[in-house]
Write a protein that binds this ligand. Structure first.
Ligand SMILES: [Zn+2]
Ligand SMILES: [Zn+2]
Length: 362
């Protein structure tokens, strides 16, 4: 399994308190880590300690970030059933809500074509895979339209800016530190000189090895003047005191950029690796916790996170149709039916896209 190889790398990732390892040598370094280095001391990965010390700190952080990324790929994405099972053990009430979410759907169908479908109940929890996917799609659509609108009157380049902070023991603590830092950041003169508008969302990852949260902020910015990454990093360090990892890149495809910002705030796999107390903290996170921010010329990119699911339809152009009307594709009579989750998946598999119909009838 490739997992072990990457795991070993992260254990050797130098921590601030390990500076004493220079004096004590490699053996004590091995002792401080409970798991032995698998590749052994003769492998290519046993650099001299002096070299370890000299590695540029930015490189180390970069390695740690790509490490976290590669680890996430090796963990199987949990299904909703997995998350429900875990949640039922720590909070029966929340488990039941999650279980009921999207367990039944109202569907308007002729039997062959699904014209409209929506769940009878949505829990709207950020850790619910169904609700998170729906939310990401809906917010993505809204944001893209609003950004396009703002870009008509404002000039500049769209960039994706990521700001990070040091890992935090609690999710609440990490979020409030990041929010406070950003509030100071946007008041800075250099920020105002370079950025005309911003819109962003918080994302949080969990690191099971260090048992803490990595909270970061993805922003879509309208950059008026070019802003160097290292200058941003310096300005960010000024307000955070200890964090300077930032990333800025131009957005070539607005749709992809928006998707990156509006995506799921937490990887489902992270939910399964965290201990019960951290898991409960995520579950109990206040509903009103503000996850989006916007300002400048994107100030109007206000997102309605609690919007009604009225437009939760597959094809909203069929919103006016009701039971008894004729199916626009096959002219059969339409029925409004209640189906369970399994049947709903079946309906989608049969589906029902207009172009499929055209092919069949020709
Ligand atoms: Zn849900
Ligand atoms: Zn039909």
């Amino acid at each position: 399994m490739t997992f072990t190889a990457t795991q070993q790398k992260s254990e050797s990732e130098p921590q601030p308190e390990q500076t004493s390892l220079v004096k004590d040598g490699f053996n004590s370094f091995r002792e401080t880590n409970s798991k032995p280095l698998i590749s052994g001391r003769n492998s290519a990965f046993t650099p001299s300690l002096d070299t370890v010390q000299q590695v540029d700190i930015r490189q180390r952080e970069f390695r740690a970030a790509s490490q976290r990324k590669s680890e996430r790929w090796t963990v199987r994405t949990p299904t909703k059933r997995d998350i429900v099972a875990r949640l039922e053990r720590v909070s029966a009430e929340d488990g039941l809500r999650l279980k009921q979410c999207c367990s039944a759907f109202r569907v308007l169908t002729c039997g062959q074509h699904t014209l409209r479908s929506y769940p009878t109940f949505r829990c709207k929890k950020p850790f619910c895979p169904d609700c998170a996917a729906e939310r990401a799609n809906r917010l993505g659509r809204q944001t893209e339209a609003k950004i396009a609108e703002a870009m008509q009157t404002h000039k500049g380049r769209l960039c994706l800016l990521t700001l990070t902070t040091k890992n935090a023991a609690t999710l609440g603590g990490g979020l409030s530190k990041l929010k406070k830092s950003f509030a100071n950041f946007k008041r800075k003169k250099v920020f105002k000189n370079h950025i005309r508008g911003y819109f962003g969302a918080f994302e949080y990852a969990f690191n099971p090895k260090t048992n803490d949260f990595h909270v970061h902020l993805h922003l879509i910015i309208l950059r008026g003047k070019f802003w160097n990454q290292s200058d941003i990093s310096d300005a960010w360090r000024d307000v955070t005191g200890d964090s300077f990892i930032v990333d800025i890149r131009e957005i070539k495809n607005t749709h992809k950029g928006v998707k990156e910002v509006c995506k799921y705030p937490m990887k489902p796999a992270d939910l399964m690796t965290m201990p019960d107390d951290k898991f409960l903290e995520v579950v109990k996170m206040k509903k009103g916790t503000r996850m989006f921010i916007s300002g400048g010329c994107f100030y109007n990119v206000k997102l309605d996170d609690d919007a009604d699911d009225a437009d939760d339809n597959i094809f909203s152009q069929f919103a006016d149709l009701t039971e008894g009307d004729a199916c626009p594709f096959c002219k059969e009579e339409l029925f409004d039916v209640l189906v369970n989750r399994q049947q709903h998946i079946g309906l989608h598999e049969l589906n029902a896209m207009p172009n499929v119909v055209k092919n069949n009838s020709s």
